[in-house]
Design a protein around this ligand. Structure first.
Ligand code: AMP
Ligand code: GLY
Length: 422
């Protein structure tokens, strides 16, 4: 079968790496891909916003299955267009992708189906948001409703700060994503990333992971898309996994089906493990980045049939095996990230780095210029390693990083600290 993978990040490189080993795969295409993915797939310059062009490409290249990596094409309805053209794909419909596309949508679903999450209010203007705020206490969380690339969330330490965040949202700081605001109770606990494949009725838990969202060592500085991750998350004990499936994932899948918008694809729950158990922070309707990089390192089964099973309702026939060691990934980003990253600088030394025991380097934002490898994004490389323990995987990853010659790049030096400190 020919497969088309949509996306260009480290998540897509890791998916391409896993899909490449599938005996079911004939040829892998990736749109647009990156310099790392180019070693595994034919990278094609398709405008994924033009659904007709994607469909025409699929017909021309006899694509049997499309894997949609990022949220934007899902929320824009690429899946619906492919489905209407009779092309099988991995991911939710536009209606089901609202679980990521609108925080208010997800909060209302939680309320309707009794799914544990922070108390909240939804508002379309600053005055009503502020009168709700007056009934609450700090710290409190203010979120733009729509997709804001992880930047639309303010944890306000005071009510004044929260009021300023409300004003920023309604004055267009996040564009259309801020036309509505969600105000949430601040939850305390440890965060974990939880993934489940869904076929509309069955949910299959994948491995767990923990991400490091802040840019600086010791979890300081601004939020990012994620600066590193490891799998598994020690806080996700078998009991906590079962509670998450029973209290959060399965009621969501049932609720979406009951509403007539069944969820297919991967449900990525951002969890807060509180004193009362797991609570939902937010949903994403896609694989996590960089969590996918560590999940794919540990997956021992063929990924492709599992993804296909989500689209044809046969997930109940699938079981997945995972290696029982640890995988850990460190993101190397271009100076300036998460603000404006410096682009166009040269990266050397990857071949030496990749030789280190158990190391796999996924590209997140690279391109080739002749023989030279060029940084072409904010998050640029994901140096990923396996080990018997988090400490061992961490040592391998940082040993690989020490071989990389890229003065304009930086990384955190403490990925995995929480697990190692336990
Ligand atoms: P989100 O984009 O909704 O995942 O939020 C980004 C980050 O903000 C999360 O990873 C949490 O660290 C934090 N956060 C969001 N909502 C809450 C909440 N209700 N309580 C505590 N922290 C939160
Ligand atoms: N690493 C978090 C995300 O993919 O949104």
């Amino acid at each position: 079968m020919n497969v088309l993978l949509i996306g260009s990040g480290g998540r897509e490189h890791a998916l391409a790496w896993s899909l490449s080993s599938s005996p079911l795969l004939s040829k892998l295409y990736c749109a647009p891909g990156n310099a790392g993915i180019a070693a595994l797939a034919d990278c094609v310059a398709l405008d994924v916003g033009k659904h007709d062009a994607v469909i025409a490409f699929c017909r021309e290249h006899e694509i049997g299955f499309v894997v949609i990596g990022p949220e934007a094409p899902l929320v824009a309805g690429l899946g619906d267009a492919l489905g209407a053209a009779g092309i099988a794909y991995f991911g939710p419909t536009k209606a089901a992708a609202q679980l990521e596309g609108s925080k208010g949508f997800t909060k209302d679903l939680c309320r309707e189906f009794n799914i544990p999450t922070a108390a909240y209010g939804r508002f379309k203007d600053a005055a009503s948001a502020k009168s709700y705020l007056a009934t609450q206490s700090a710290p409190i969380v203010v979120k733009a409703d729509g997709l804001a690339a992880g930047k639309g969330v303010v944890i306000a330490e005071t009510l004044e700060e929260a009021a300023a965040a409300i004003d920023a949202c309604f004055s267009g700081a996040f564009g259309a994503a801020g036309a509505e605001v969600v105000i949430e109770e601040f939850m305390r606990g440890e965060e974990a990333s939880f993934f489940a494949l869904c076929d509309g009725s069955t949910a299959l838990a994948l491995a767990t992971a923990q991400d490091h969202k802040r840019v600086g060592d010791g979890d300081t500085g601004p939020n990012t898309g994620g600066m590193g991750a490891y799998s598994t998350a020690p806080v996700m004990t078998p009991d906590m996994i079962e509670r998450t499936m029973a209290e959060i994932i399965r009621p969501t899948v049932a609720g979406m089906a009951q509403r007539g918008t069944p969820f297919t694809g991967v449900l990525f729950a951002g969890l807060m493990i509180t004193a009362d158990g797991p609570k939902l922070i937010e949903y994403n309707a896609r694989f996590g980045d960089p969590e996918t990089q560590v999940l794919m390192m540990r997956l021992r089964s063929d990924l492709l049939p599992a993804l296909i099973a989500t689209s044809n309702g046969t997930l109940d026939k699938i079981t997945l095996k995972w290696a029982d060691d640890v995988a850990l990934t460190v993101v190397m980003a271009a100076r300036g990230y998460p603000g404006t990253p410096l682009k166009g600088t040269e990266i050397k030394g990857l071949a030496a780095a990749a030789k280190i025991d158990g190391v796999e380097i996924f590209h997140a934002g690279t391109r080739r210029d002749g023989d030279r490898l060029i940084a072409d994004g904010g998050r640029v490389l994901n140096v990923t390693a396996r080990g018997k323990t988090v400490a061992e995987a961490q040592a391998h990853a940082y040993a690989a990083i020490s071989q990389i010659d890229w003065p304009e790049g930086f990384c955190r030096h403490d990925i995995g600290w929480r697990a190692i400190a336990r």
